[in-house]
Ligand binder design. Structure first.
Ligand code: OGA
Ligand code: NI
Length: 358
């Protein structure tokens, strides 16, 4: 099995190359089944958006405002699995600069980016597919994946050396986003009725953190494909910096696909499978996907905040009751990840398959 993870089963095609080649018809491999295509005709209220939370309100002098904000967070995590956070403490200028440096990276000539071509052994570097199954359906995106934590996995020589400022910005940005992730871990613990550092300890006292810069090239037939197929995020939580002007992310809610309308300078936060497991499914890791379009490319930065990879993740005792027995069997994040790496994005089948037999 490890052998088959050392290399891709077929030559990798850069989606950006397909897009730049001027084709009018996308290759079959990118065409989704009709049931999975982004149907634009769904009768969804255009005004609906995921909840927006002002983090500063949690530290207000007014007790009622603090309470109200806590319950907004609880509702967001238990009903949506997603929210946008503003007044989060990360420098807006740093956010914009980091996103723009990645935009510039993806605009570099293909030969240059090719030096960073990744393999399924670690996924680090420049990539164009998830999952190693031969003939697997492909998504309309390229990406760059890198490790920030633990320190033993951080290797800045694998990060882009062009543009000049890339490595430095990524390091600064990651440092800030990890701080925000730590704050949210405390907030999630408390809103779940646990001690402030409960989730942090359950994560093993140290975290894994990685960044995936996503690049969604223009697509001549956006109705037939997706930038990322429906999936839930496997890790702890994700802090996403979306493109400021190009929408694309859709979240499944009450059996509809809701298109997220990004609030300026906000992060989109979502619960991943590991927090769903720890919270015994009180907090939900919700399916999401990305639409592409024919007008504009889109860049987003997904920062994954994960448990230490070798600690057993299982529902915390305080959230297991007679009425709600443990829904999941213990598993390390390392073991869990193997499923995803083989199969690529596929809805919520991973976390569902974890469920203990009743
Ligand atoms: C992801 C993801 C959404 C986006 O990288 O896991 O869901 O808007 N990205 O790029
Ligand atoms: Ni995701």
């Amino acid at each position: 099995m490890m052998n088959c993870l050392q290399m891709w089963p077929e030559p990798v095609v850069r989606v950006q190359h397909l897009s730049d080649s001027g084709i009018r018809v996308i290759p079959e491999r990118y065409v989704k089944k009709p049931s999975e295509r982004p149907s634009i005709s769904e009768p969804v209220d255009k005004e609906i958006n995921i909840p927006v939370i002002d983090l500063q309100n949690l530290y207000s002098d007014e007790e009622s405002l603090r309470q109200e904000t806590s319950s907004l967070i609880y509702d967001a995590c238990s009903k949506w699995g997603f929210f946008q956070v503003v007044n989060h403490g990360v420098s807006h200028q740093l956010m914009a600069a980091t996103r723009e440096v990645w935009r510039q990276f993806f605009q570099l000539p293909l030969e240059l980016k090719q030096q960073y071509a990744n393999s399924p052994a670690t996924y680090e570097g420049y990539g164009s597919r998830l999952g190693v199954e031969k003939g697997i359906s492909l998504d309309w995106s390229d990406y760059f994946f890198l490790h920030y934590l633990p320190m033993s996995l951080r290797d800045q020589t694998k990060w882009p050396s062009v543009p000049d400022s890339c490595r430095e910005l990524v390091a600064k940005y990651s440092e800030e986003v990890v701080k925000l992730g730590g704050k949210l871990m405390k907030i999630f613990s408390v809103t779940l009725g646990l001690r402030e550092n409960h989730l942090e300890q359950a994560f093993g006292g140290e975290i894994g953190a990685c960044l995936r810069a996503n690049y969604y090239p223009k697509c001549p037939q956006p109705d037939l494909t997706l930038g990322i197929s429906s999936h839930s995020d496997p890790g702890g939580m994700t802090l996403l910096l979306p493109d400021e002007c190009v929408p694309g992310l859709q979240v499944r809610h009450a059996n509809n696909w809701i298109t997220v309308k990004p609030v300026p300078n906000a992060f989109i936060v979502n619960i991943g499978d590991q927090i769903q497991v720890l919270s015994n499914a009180t907090y939900k890791s919700v399916e999401h996907r990305v639409m592409v379009n024919s007008e504009k490319e889109r860049v987003s930065l997904a920062f994954f905040y994960n448990p230490k990879s070798d600690v057993l993740i299982k529902p915390v005792e305080e959230l297991v009751t007679e009425d709600k027995p443990a829904l999941y069997s213990p598993m390390t994040y390392d073991e869990y990840r193997v499923h995803i790496r083989i199969r690529g994005p596929c809805g919520k089948s991973q976390v569902e398959s974890l469920k203990s037999p009743k």
